[in-house]
Every structure is written in C-alpha cells, then in structure tokens.
Design a protein around this ligand. Structure first.
Ligand SMILES: [Zn+2]
Length: 133
C-alpha cells in the first residue's frame, strides 16, 4: 500500500469519523480525529518514517505508536488493542501494520485516534487524509 492508498483506507468503509479535529473549543478540544472501527481492524502507517514513541497502556492513549517522517512530521495512532511489537528507533514504510484497532486507554468503543503534528502544531488529520492544504 502506498501513502495514497493508506489515506483512502482511513477514509473508506472500515472507519467512521466520530470526533472531528477541534482546537478552538475549551470543553471539546480534540487534537486529532477519532475513527470508529471493528476491533482488530489493521492500523497502517500513513508514511515512511521512524518509530519515535511507543505508548504502553497510557492512561489516555492506551497502546499506541508515534512515527516521525523525514520532514519531521509526527503521526500518532492510539487506543490499539495490544502492546505494539514495534520498538522505538525502528523504521516503518507506508502501509506497514503498526497495530490493531482496540479499546485501550480512555476509550468507550474500539477506535483509532490519529493525531498529526507539524512544526509543533497539531494539524487536522482529515484535511491531511483528503489532501486539503
Ligand atoms: Zn480521540
């Protein structure tokens, strides 16, 4: 799977957008998007990059992975089903499986929370997936 195919995958029928990106609201601030999916749906890397953080049952994020690409943009995938098998420092390619959709951390139903950080600012992952600048 190339980068475009992974984007299409997250926009496709396996996932349903339940919480949008919102930095404005003080009560409902959300620095990423929540995509509802069946438990164990594969989570593919959107990009080539290096694993910079593995979340080990974080209170909020649960199990998860952060990948940084060559341009310094970070992609974070949270609430995985299991502790990731990837280790910090490992390289991944677009389309590689990072983990499976789960319900770990602060989560009410199986979903993946995707956050994208560019130059220390969170950007809207939905815009990224849709190719909106
Ligand atoms: Zn979320």
């Amino acid at each position: 799977m190339n980068e475009q195919e992974v984007k299409d995958y997250y926009l496709g029928e396996s996932f349903k957008l339940t919480t949008e990106f919102n930095l404005e609201s003080t009560e409902r601030q959300h620095r990423g998007i929540d995509l509802l999916a069946k438990s164990s749906t594969p989570i593919y890397s959107l990009t080539d990059g290096t694993v910079t953080k593995v979340f080990n049952n974080d209170q909020i994020g649960g199990y998860g992975i952060r990948v940084k690409d060559k341009d310094g943009i970070s992609y974070q995938y949270l609430h995985m089903k299991n502790f990731p098998t990837l280790k910090e420092g490992q390289n991944v390619a677009a389309g590689d499986i990072l983990g499976l959709v789960g319900n770990s951390g602060l989560s009410q139903a199986p979903h993946v929370d995707i956050k994208i950080m560019k130059e220390n600012r969170f950007i809207d992952p939905l815009h990224y997936l849709k190719g909106i600048e």
